[in-house]
Design a binder for this molecule. Structure first.
Ligand code: SF4
Length: 264
């Protein structure tokens, strides 16, 4: 589901993509379906709808998914504005522009030389394997396309899943540092941030519904930004506050900051 940049809720200013990244040792899964559904319904009532991803086209979603690695969304927005102004936000234009010039345009997003190479690598992949057609690319079965995306230079699990879900409407759950922190604090994981295990946790316990995955991820990011900070989580005001398991609230307070680096 795409939303126009004018109408969409923007990603939170301090939203930070965590690729390249991604295990969590899981507790028994039986109650998780109920728990996750309850969390989703509560957050939807309190905060939704989020209307992600803020982009004008699927191609722009993909560019944003690469640019947001290790930087805030506000920086990505500045880079995207440059690309739009220079009329480079199409496959053909991005193929034609030189890598150094592309790097200058996306400079606000940080790591701009590496990211320019990543964008170029994606354009080569799309042209070589799918004749330049995103529609063709997204007709590929989800698991197959995911594997192929992960082979592209600079595309890790979070970026691949963002591309699949937000640009291609494939039912794959996007996991990020916010998701890990919330799960760990609620005792739903042991706190080891292993990407694939957390993705499987969501996908095993929720129906493969694109709108649900889209909205749930966006809601978790919103919670991470506004309440579930690494330091001093604001559980009293957080919509998920009522669901902290007994005894965990004081342990969360005592544990101090939770910094999460997601491993593949
Ligand atoms: S702020 Fe507290 S209640 Fe909210 S998600 Fe984080 S740990 Fe849970």
């Amino acid at each position: 589901m795409l939303a126009t940049s004018q109408s969409a809720s923007a990603k939170p200013d301090d939203w930070v993509g965590s690729d390249p990244g991604s295990g969590v040792g899981m507790p028994a899964l039986a109650p998780l379906e109920k728990t996750l559904t309850l969390y989703f319904e509560t957050l939807s009532r309190s905060l939704g709808p989020m209307r992600w991803w803020p982009a004008r086209t699927p191609f722009e979603v993909i560019v944003g998914a690469i640019l947001t690695q290790n930087t805030s969304w506000s920086n990505v927005e500045r880079a995207i504005a440059n690309l739009r102004r220079a009329e480079v936000m199409t496959l053909r234009a991005m193929e034609r522009i030189s890598t150094p010039r592309l790097a200058q345009l996306i400079r606000p997003s940080g790591y701009f030389r590496q990211k320019a190479k990543k964008l170029k690598a994606f354009t080569r992949f799309l042209r070589r394997d799918f004749g330049g057609s995103l529609a063709r690319m997204f007709r590929t079965p989800t698991a197959v396309l995911r594997e192929r995306l992960l082979e592209v230079h600079g595309i890790g699990p979070e970026t691949a899943d963002s591309i699949l879900l937000y640009a291609g409407e494939h039912p794959t759950f996007v996991v990020d540092a916010y998701t890990h922190r919330i799960l760990a604090r609620h005792g739903l994981s042991d706190g080891k941030p292993e990407y694939e295990k957390v993705r499987a946790l969501f996908e095993r316990n929720l129906p493969p519904d694109v709108k649900l995955y889209n909205e749930f991820h966006a809601l978790l990011v919103n919670v991470g930004k506004n309440w579930c900070r690494p330091r001093e989580p604001r559980c009293q005001e957080c919509p998920l506050g009522p669901y902290i398991p007994a005894g965990l609230a004081s342990r969360i307070a005592a544990a101090g900051p939770v910094q999460v680096e997601v491993r593949s």
